[in-house]
Design a protein around this ligand. Structure first.
Ligand SMILES: NC(=O)c1ccc[n+]([C@@H]2O[C@H](COP(=O)([O-])OP(=O)(O)OC[C@H]3O[C@@H](n4cnc5c(N)ncnc54)[C@H](OP(=O)(O)O)[C@@H]3O)[C@@H](O)[C@H]2O)c1
Length: 297
């Protein structure tokens, strides 16, 4: 690599062929300070959709496509090798944006949602955290629905998700028990509110916010890496079915980009952010969603 290439920030955004991830890439290439220097890896599980997204951006020279299905361990291993071979094996920032929402409340739906929203990010971070440079950042895109889901759990269960000594193995066990409880109707027994709207999606994001805190403790050591979770807020994208009350994806992308560019003293390792403000790990949903739980029954 030439010296000028070595000075680039290398930023990977997963699930960036549309929606918020695409808006994040758009913002990163428009930043006056970084547009010429940063190398942006636009992650897309589908090659064609990724190529189309790059075309839509006007094919900037510093945006490269990285094929990556975050729910697939073999795709993660392949993308990790590609970063090592083509891009010098170093990343400044990893933005774990890829995420899904499924309406059904079934074990299969839960398996799919957790494969992308929790296990995929956990595995990708395991592979890529050794490549993150000194003072680098990992940004896990969660949701305020995760904080609402945690708030609805029993006190005992909340304590487990919030524990300052929680390990990844313990969190995996909590997640595994949640998924199997959906099939065996044991959610209430374990301390989940089975009537909660968006329960599977919300629990996957509660687990991701908890994972972020565990990863922050684990990786903050020698390299000063910060691991943070963010929510973009409810935004008009395919995932929200372009909800009329939602804000623009552009505004949501600002919330995701904040921890990428903020100075280290504006951020607290492991914490959850929206629009540049730290949010609690759990909070009551400010809206009445009871009409949605009736629809789910
Ligand atoms: N929109 C909201 O209101 C909202 C609110 C809070 C949090 N979020 C979070 O923000 C993130 C982005 O959501 P969005 O609203 O932009 O959704 P979106 O418009 O549906 O876009 C999701 C993106 O993720 C990709 N993706 C899904 N599963 C993937 C996988 N296994 N591997 C790689 N890419 C995958 C999709 O690729 P394909 O095109 O191939 O499907 C797409 O590029 C998600 O984590 C979501 O949970 C969104």
């Amino acid at each position: 690599m030439s010296t000028s290439q070595q000075q680039q920030r290398v930023i990977l955004v997963t699930g960036a062929n549309k929606g918020l991830g695409f808006e994040v890439v758009k913002k990163l290439i428009k930043e006056p300070s970084s547009s010429k220097n940063d190398l942006i890896l636009l992650g897309s599980r589908d090659l064609k959709r990724g190529q189309d997204a790059i075309k839509q951006l006007g094919s900037p020279a510093n945006v490269h496509l990285l094929q990556l299905d975050t729910s697939s361990p073999s795709s993660i291993a392949q993308a990790t090798n590609e970063i090592k071979q083509k891009y010098g094996g170093k990343l400044d920032t990893l933005i774990n944006n890829a995420g899904i929402f499924i309406h059904e409340n079934t074990v299969d739906a839960a398996r799919s949602v957790f494969a992308t929203n929790y296990y995929g990010i956990r595995t990708l971070n395991e592979h890529l955290s050794p490549l993150i440079k000194e003072n680098g950042r990992i940004v896990n895109v969660a949701s305020e629905v995760g904080a609402w889901a945690l708030h609805e759990m029993s006190n005992d269960l909340q304590k487990k998700y919030k524990s300052s000594t929680l390990t990844k193995e313990q969190l995996d066990a909590l997640v595994g028990d949640f998924i199997s409880a959906i099939g065996s109707n044991r959610l209430e027994e374990l301390g989940y509110n089975s009537k909660l709207p968006f329960l599977i999606y919300g629990t996957s994001k509660a687990a991701l916010i908890a994972l972020t805190r565990v990863e922050a403790r684990e990786w903050s050591g020698a390299k000063n890496v910060l691991v943070l979770s963010v929510t973009p807020g409810l935004c008009k994208t395919d995932l929200s079915n372009h909800a009329p009350e939602a804000r623009s994806a552009e505004l949501g992308a600002d919330s995701i980009v904040f921890p990428v560019n903020a100075s280290a003293n504006e951020l607290e390792n492991g914490q959850f952010y929206q629009d540049g403000q730290q949010k609690p790990q759990s909070c009551a949903c400010p809206k009445d969603l009871s009409h949605l739980s009736k629809k789910q029954e």
